[in-house]
Design a protein around this ligand. Structure first.
Ligand code: ADP
Ligand code: ASP
Ligand code: MG
Length: 412
C-alpha cells in the first residue's frame, strides 16, 4: 500500500534558488519510491522578518489582521517556486495556500490555533498522483480572514496535516542534524539525541528551543504522530520524537535558553482576595500567555506581583496591567525586557534535589542572580539577566555532563 509522507522544510532549507532545486529533487525521489507526498514549506529565510520590518516602517502599530495578510505572502512565494522546481523535474505537483487546503483556525490573529482541516482538496490532488505543496504557518478563520499560527508555526501545519491525513510519517527538515541537548549554535559540544519523548520535547520547545514549534509537539503527542527531525542539507538519521524515552537513563535531557521574554511587576498591590484573579483572567481573555508568577509580601498589607510574558505580548500586557493598577489603586507597573529564561529539562527531574542544587550552584559559581524560579514534573526554570544567558547555558550544559566529550569520558 502507498504510504503517506508529510515533509516540512524550514526557511533556511528553501532559502535560495539552489536550495529550492535541491529540495525539489529530494521530494521527487521520495515520490518515486511509491509514496504519496505532501510537503509543507516555510517562507524563504529572512522573508518573514523583512516583511515585519516593512510593516513597522509604514506603521509602528499595524492591525493584527493586516499583519497576517502580509506575513502569509512569504509562504506563498516559497510554495509556488518549489512547485515550479518540481514541474521542471517533470512531475505532477500543485501548490496550495492554507485556505485552499482547508486549514480552518480560530480568529486570534498572529497566534491562531487550527480548529479543523478539511482534507478533501489535498486528498483529491493526491489521488491525481500529484505532489502537494502546502503553505505553512497560515490558515483561514471562521470569519474568512487569513490568519497565521505564530512564529515557527509551519511545524504545526505539518503535524496537523499529518494527523488529518493519518500519515505514516511526518518528517521535519531543518538546518541542524536533529534535536540536540541544547542549541548547537550556542553550545559547540551539544550532543545530538537519537530519541526524545514528546513530553521532554514539549518542555524544550516551550522553553525556547525553536527547533520545533511547541504546538506541533502537542499535536504530535495527542494524535501519536511519528515525528522525525533531520537536516535538509545532508543525509542524517535525525532525532525521533517518541512516546516514552527508554533509551538512556539520564534524568536531565537538555538545557534551553529563552530570550524572547519580558518581566512585568505591579508594585504595592493591596493585599485582598480576587486581585490576582482579576489580573490573570484579563490577561488570559486577551490571549496573553503568562508564564512565571511571583508574589512578594511587602509591609503594610501590600504585595508586589511579578510575572513573565512573551516579548511580543509585552505592550498589551503593560496596557492591561496599567488599567488594573488604576482600578485597584496599586502603585505602578514596571517592566524589564532584558531578562532570559534558563531551563533544565528531563524526565524524573521532579523531586530531584540534586538537579535543583546543581542548577542553583552553577548560577552561584557564575555570580548570576536568580530573579524567579519555577518547576514542573520535568523542568526547572530560572529568570536571569539576559546578558548572562549564553554563558550560563554553556556552563549548565557542562555541569550536567550533557556534551559529546562528557559522554566519551563516561564511556572510558
Ligand atoms: P526552520 O527554519 O527549519 O524551522 P528554526 O530556525 O526554526 O528552523 O529551528 C532550527 C534552529 O533551532 C537551529 O538552527 C538551532 O539554532 C535552534 N535550536 C535551539 N535549540 C535547539 C536544540 N535543542 N536542538 C536543535 N536545534 C536547536
Ligand atoms: N515563516 C514563519 C516564521 O518565520 C513560519 C515558520 O518559519 O515556521 O516564523
Ligand atoms: Mg522553525
Amino acid at each position: 500500500m502507498e504510504r503517506i509522507i508529510v515533509q516540512k522544510y524550514g526557511g533556511t532549507s528553501v532559502g535560495s534558488i539552489d536550495r529550492i532545486k535541491h529540495v525539489a529533487k529530494q521530494i521527487v525521489s521520495v515520490k518515486n519510491k511509491g509514496n504519496k507526498v505532501v510537503v509543507v514549506v516555510s517562507a524563504m529565510a529572512k522573508t518573514t522578518n523583512s516583511l515585519i520590518a516593512k510593516a513597522k516602517a509604514i506603521n509602528p502599530d499595524p492591525s493584527d489582521r493586516e499583519l497576517d495578510m502580509l506575513l502569509s505572502t512569504g509562504e506563498q512565494i516559497s510554495i509556488s517556486l518549489l512547485a515550479m522546481a518540481i514541474q521542471s523535474l517533470d512531475h505532477k505537483v500543485v501548490s496550495l495556500t492554507g485556505h485552499q487546503c482547508g486549514i480552518v483556525t480560530d480568529t486570534n490573529h498572529k497566534k491562531a490555533r487550527i480548529t479543523e482541516i478539511n482534507t478533501d482538496r489535498i486528498s483529491k490532488e493526491l489521488l491525481e498522483d500529484k505532489i502537494v505543496i502546502v503553505a505553512g504557518f497560515q490558515g483561514v478563520s471562521k470569519d474568512n480572514d487569513i490568519t497565521t499560527l505564530g512564529r515557527g508555526g509551519s511545524d504545526t501545519t505539518a503535524v496537523a496535516i499529518a494527523a488529518a491525513l493519518k500519515a505514516d510519517q511526518c518528517e521535519i527538515y531543518t538546518d541542524v542534524d536533529g534535536i540536540y541537548t541544547t542549541d548547537p549554535r550556542i553550545v559547540k559540544n551539544a550532543r545530538l539525541l537519537d530519541k526524545i519523548s514528546y513530553d521532554e520535547m514539549l518542555e524544550l520547545a516551550s522553553l525556547g528551543a525553536k527547533v520545533l514549534h511547541s504546538r506541533s509537539v502537542e499535536l504530535a503527542r495527542k494524535f501519536k504522530i511519528p515525528l522525525v527531525v533531520k537536516s535538509s542539507f545532508k543525509q542524517s538519521k535525525g532525532t525521533e520524537v517518541v512516546e516514552v524515552n527508554a533509551v538512556e537513563k539520564v534524568s536531565v535531557r537538555g538545557v534551553s535558553l529563552d530570550k524572547n521574554i519580558a518581566k512585568l511587576s505591579i508594585l504595592e498591590v493591596p493585599d485582598q482576595p480576587g486581585i490576582a484573579f482579576k489580573l490573570f483572567s484579563t490577561l488570559s481573555k486577551n490571549n496573553i500567555q503568562v508564564d512565571m508568577i511571583i508574589q512578594n509580601i511587602n509591609r503594610d498589607s501590600v504585595n508586589d506581583i511579578s510575572f513573565t510574558v512573551k516579548q511580543e505580548d509585552l505592550q498589551e500586557a503593560i496596557k492591561i496591567s496599567q488599567n488594573i493598577v488604576d482600578e485597584i489603586g496599586a502603585k505602578e507597573v514596571i517592566y524589564d525586557e532584558g531578562v532570559s529564561k534558563l531551563s533544565v529539562v528531563g524526565t524524573g527531574i521532579a523531586g530531584s534535589a540534586e538537579v535543583a542544587s546543581t542548577f542553583f550552584e552553577s548560577l552561584y559559581d557564575l555570580s548570576v542572580n536568580i530573579q524567579m524560579i519555577s518547576t514542573s514534573e520535568i523542568k526547572i526554570s530560572c529568570i536571569i539577566d539576559e546578558q548572562h544567558g549564553e554563558k550560563s547555558l554553556v556552563y549548565l550544559h557542562d555541569q550536567f555532563s550533557l556534551g559529546i566529550d562528557a559522554l566519551e569520558n563516561k564511556a572510558v
